[in-house]
Design a protein around this ligand. Structure first.
Ligand SMILES: *Cc1c(COP(=O)(O)O)cnc(C)c1O
Length: 356
């Protein structure tokens, strides 16, 4: 079965084999070697300086990393502006509410691009915001949000930008030199091709100094301090760390972030071209979409369940639209160990189901 859902992804044999490495106690030096390698390789994906940036590992899914970032980095007297145009942006506002963090939202329809001018107007209207949170790749629709424009806006105003990069880190470009950007949350099992269970936040060290102390398990400043000293407070998902390290080695061996982007772009282009030939339209223009996942309009007369089941019986798992989009869209991710011959077979399956 090939997984074309937005994580977990189809594993390479190399990563799958890493899961059967020797049993490991997380208080032994071998575990800390593994933790150190994971942290160093996460920074290396974007060539980041460990003096300025702390990679903080967590055990949990991507949401754990996003929650840790929001809870820990907005200080007790901070104010957060959440920029939303999909499910994951709305999730950040829910997290802020849950923690009692003072926040407001700038909301766009799920099919729309961010309105940067509206964000600027909201920041300028006050009362003063200390942080802005945004989703880089909004997996709801496959839209790639313009975090560079938001980062510039934040830098001008001395506001700190927190980015959910769960479905973009490792493939899409992220400008860490941007002065507004202070943290990116992500996970092992999307563009990096590891398994679920390991997540991380890459955070500017000076932002950790003013961390809130909200949260216990997810206390980023404490985790960073312990991990810097080759320590860990809790039992990590050791096997997920094995897979993360092997996936990061494979990512580097294959040419790093830019090469992964190019590979996804080719596969996503192949899917888009093939589906267009069958009259299936992209929901978001290619130029505004990520290369990681794209949303397509369900052809009239074909119910999602029939499309899904027909493709599943041919060896592919695709993904439904979320919430109100479930009746009109479906999504196809090109993450994981898949290649052009897999996409050829997928398109053959679509042809059989659509022209039946
Ligand atoms: C997948 C994803 C998450 C995290 O989802 P989990 O189910 O916790 O792994 C968060 N944000 C975005 C944009 C995602 O695509």
């Amino acid at each position: 079965m090939l997984l074309l859902n937005p994580g977990p992804v189809t594993l390479s044999e190399r990563v799958r084999r890493s899961l059967t490495r020797p049993d490991l106690c997380h208080r032994e030096s071998e575990f800390f070697d593994l933790q150190d390698e994971a942290r160093a390789r996460l920074l290396a994906v974007h060539g980041l300086d460990p003096v300025r940036w702390a990679p903080v590992l967590l055990t949990g899914s991507g949401t754990a990393a996003v929650e840790a970032m929001i809870a820990a980095l907005v200080p007790a007297d901070g104010r957060l502006l959440v920029v939303e145009n999909g499910v994951y942006g709305e999730r950040i506002a829910t997290i802020a509410k849950q923690y009692g963090i003072a926040h407001e939202t700038v909301r766009r329809d799920w099919m729309e691009a961010l309105d940067i001018a509206a964000v600027a107007a909201r920041l300028d209207a006050g009362p003063a915001f200390t942080h802005v949170a945004v989703i880089h790749h909004e997996t709801t629709t496959g839209r790639l949000n313009d975090i560079a424009a938001l980062g510039a806006l934040c830098a001008e105003r001395g506001v700190r930008l927190l980015v959910d990069g769960v479905s973009s880190f490792g493939a899409e470009a992220i400008d860490f030199d941007d002065d507004g950007l202070v943290a990116v949350a992500a996970a092992a099992n999307k563009c990096l091709h590891g398994v679920p269970g390991a997540a991380f936040v890459i955070v500017r060290r000076d932002a950790l100094a003013s961390a809130s102390g909200r949260g216990f398990y997810l206390d980023l400043a404490r985790l960073a301090g312990l991990q810097d000293r080759r320590d860990t407070p809790f039992t990590p998902a050791v096997h997920a760390y094995y897979a993360l390290v092997e996936a990061l080695r494979e990512h580097a061996d294959e040419g790093g972030r830019a090469a992964r982007h190019a590979r996804y772009a080719a596969l996503a282009g192949q899917v888009r071209g093939g589906l267009a030939g069958l009259g299936i339209e992209s929901a978001v223009p290619a130029a505004e979409s990520s290369v990681v996942l794209r949303a397509y309009r369900l052809p009239t007369g074909l119910a999602y369940a029939d499309l899904h089941d027909g493709l599943k019986s041919r060896g592919f798992v695709i993904y439904a639209g979320q919430g109100g989009l479930s009746g009109s869209l479906f999504r196809i991710s090109t993450m994981g160990d898949i290649d052009t011959t897999d996409i050829d077979r997928l398109l053959k399956g679509f042809t059989e189901l659509v022209t039946r």
